[in-house]
Design a protein around this ligand. Structure first.
Ligand SMILES: O=C(O)CCC(=O)C(=O)O
Ligand SMILES: [Fe+2]
Length: 278
C-alpha cells in the first residue's frame, strides 16, 4: 500500500503522523452498518483507530479529573509510591523508576472491594468507578460490532469470552512519562498489547505505531474528545488473525523533558478463556 502520510512539526522537527480512522461511538450505538464496516476495516488493517466520544460529556470530564488525580498521585514521595508496589503482580499497583511511573487499578478490585485502592485515590473513587464502568460499556459496544462483522450469522461470539460478571483482569492504568532530556536515551519498549482492546487518552505526542505495510514508525496524534483504541493479541488470536494487534512503542519526538500523562483502560478477557481461534 502506498499512502502519503500527513506531517506535523514538533519542536522544529518534521514527523510522520499515523493515518488513523475515526469511528463514532454514537453511530456504533445505533448499530449503523456503515460505521460497523469502517470499524472492522480499521481493526483489520492498522489495529489502531480513534473513537469519537465527544458526546459523552460526563465521561470526558472524568478523564480530565483523572489527569489531576494522576498528577496528585505521582507527586508523592518514592517511599509512599512504593507502598502500592505489589511484588509479582503483573496487573495491580504501582510500578516505576526515576522518570516514569504507572498505577494500575483492577476493575474487579473496585467492584468487589477486596483489595483497597491506594488511599490518595480513595477520595476520588467516584471518578475512578464511573471511568471504569463507562469504559467497560464502551469496549463492549466495540466488541459486539466487531463480532457482528466477524460472524454475521451468530450472536456476539466474542461476548462468550468477555462476560461482564466473570472474573477478568480489565483495569484502569495511569502513567507519568516517560520523557527525557535526550531522545537518544529513550529505551526501546516496542510491544503489542496482550488483552482485547485498549483505550488511551494522553495530552502529548509519544505513541508510535509500526505501519504494517512498510514497517515504518508513525506518530499518533492526541485528539481531544477521542480515545485512541488498540486491538490486542487476544482479539487477534480469537479472530484467527482477522483483527490485527499492531506493534507500538512510547517515545518522544525530540530532546527535552516535559511531563507526559496518559490514562488507559485495558479490556481483558475472562480469566478462564482459552486463547485459540473461535
Ligand atoms: O502511553 C502510551 O502512549 C501508550 C502506552 C501503551 O502502549 C501501553 O501501556 O500498552
Ligand atoms: Fe501498548
Amino acid at each position: 500500500m502506498t499512502l502519503t502520510l500527513k506531517k506535523a512539526v514538533v519542536g522544529g522537527v518534521e514527523i510522520d503522523v499515523a493515518p488513523l480512522e475515526t469511528i463514532s461511538l454514537q453511530l456504533l450505538l445505533q448499530n449503523n452498518e456503515g460505521e460497523r464496516t469502517k470499524l472492522y476495516s480499521a481493526a483489520n488493517s492498522l489495529g489502531f483507530f480513534y473513537l469519537d466520544v465527544t458526546e459523552s460529556k460526563e465521561y470526558l470530564s472524568d478523564v480530565e479529573k483523572l489527569y489531576s488525580i494522576t498528577e496528585k498521585y505521582f507527586s508523592q514521595s518514592q517511599e509512599d509510591l512504593l507502598k502500592d508496589f505489589h511484588k509479582e503482580d503483573e496487573f495491580r499497583g504501582y510500578k516505576g523508576g526515576s522518570n516514569w511511573g504507572s498505577l494500575e487499578i483492577l476493575r474487579d478490585d473496585v467492584i468487589n472491594d477486596e483489595v483497597p485502592i491506594p488511599s490518595i485515590v480513595r477520595s476520588d473513587s467516584g471518578t475512578v468507578e464511573r471511568f471504569i464502568s463507562f469504559s467497560h460499556e464502551m469496549v463492549h459496544v466495540i466488541l459486539d460490532q466487531l463480532s457482528k462483522s466477524l460472524w454475521p450469522n451468530s450472536d456476539s461470539r466474542l461476548k462468550e469470552s468477555h462476560c461482564p460478571t466473570k472474573r477478568n483482569n480489565s483495569s484502569l492504568k495511569v502513567y507519568r512519562g516517560p520523557t527525557l532530556e535526550r531522545l537518544a536515551d529513550v529505551g526501546d519498549n516496542t510491544h503489542t498489547d496482550g488483552g482485547s482492546l485498549t483505550l488511551l487518552y494522553t495530552d502529548k505526542w509519544g505513541t508510535q505505531i509500526e505501519l504494517p505495510w512498510n514497517k515504518k514508525w508513525a506518530w499518533v496524534e492526541a485528539k481531544p474528545g477521542h480515545a485512541i483504541v488498540t486491538v490486542g493479541d487476544t482479539l487477534q488470536t480469537l479472530s484467527g488473525g482477522r483483527l490485527y494487534s499492531c506493534r507500538h512503542r512510547v517515545s518522544q519526538p525530540v530532546d527535552g523533558f516535559g511531563e507526559r500523562w496518559a490514562i488507559t483502560y485495558f479490556f481483558r478477557p475472562d480469566n478462564d478463556v482459552s486463547l485459540v481461534p473461535l
